[in-house]
Ligand binder design. Sequence first.
Ligand code: AMP
Length: 291
Amino acid sequence: MKVVTTATELAAEWEAGRRAGAVIGYVPTMGALHEGHLSLVDLARAECDLVVCSIFVNPLQFGPDEDFESYPRPVERDLELLRARDTDLAFLPDWREIFPGGERVLDDFGTHVSVPRLSHQLCGRSREGHFDGMVTESLLFLNLVRPDRTYWGEKDFQQLRIIETLVRDMRLPVTVVRGATKREPDGLAMSSRNKNLSPGARALGPRLRERLKSMREAALSGEALPEVLAAGRDGLTSLGFEVEYLVACEEEALTEVRTLDGPVPVRLFAAARLGGVRLLDNIPLTEGNHG
Ligand code: AMP
């Protein structure tokens, strides 16, 4: 595996790959890698000749009170994990390489990209500017890496839909591939932030997924969605979760729905905190698909 830190080195690798006729696959990450990320690398490995993974903790997508400084950065361990999954190229730019404007990144980086229709609901409500920061940086990285295929996890379903919309609307010459959510054996969705859970919170974490599954059963057996959602919220709250949102939305447009009668697929989306750690999960409300 080659490790590169500059756009110039990356471009040279791209040229060499293209000359050899390689299909280029790209997995963007913020590092602190786990099996969720690595499952995307495996998908890319199975479908592409040259597998590129970036590790970049993107300052644009963190709010002023969020954990940008303390976000875990176990670089050597991450590189070992990528090597073990047969990654060809790791791109680890310093943020100054990406934002040459300097310290005041948000002020100095003049161009912002936005997918507003999908960015203000769900996580966008509490994390103002988060998705604009994410999509701005993602477009920049897609332009630097220039992959044929790019791999994104369904765990962050809203993010995935925003990227799919960016690619479709801007006709970016790349295929977005979805990866299923990877879970711990007890069902907790893997996340780089899970290690911040206290032992008690870690033990409770899987109850979020369990609750989503029982809500799906109730909804599919004909219980009215508003009641299912209210009971789900109460159940989680009484377990000790601070529920930020628990809603059913159309998968495509991410607009909230109150019934399952419509013609489009619907998904349940949840964000809830346990001891200050924010957990995200989602589950399709479509029979036969067990997300
Ligand atoms: P992050 O490093 O958190 O920005 O995530 C990088 C990529 O990994 C994104 O496409 C995420 O959706 C994906 N990802 C994170 N956690 C999981 C998971 N548990 N299962 C599948 N993909 C994941």
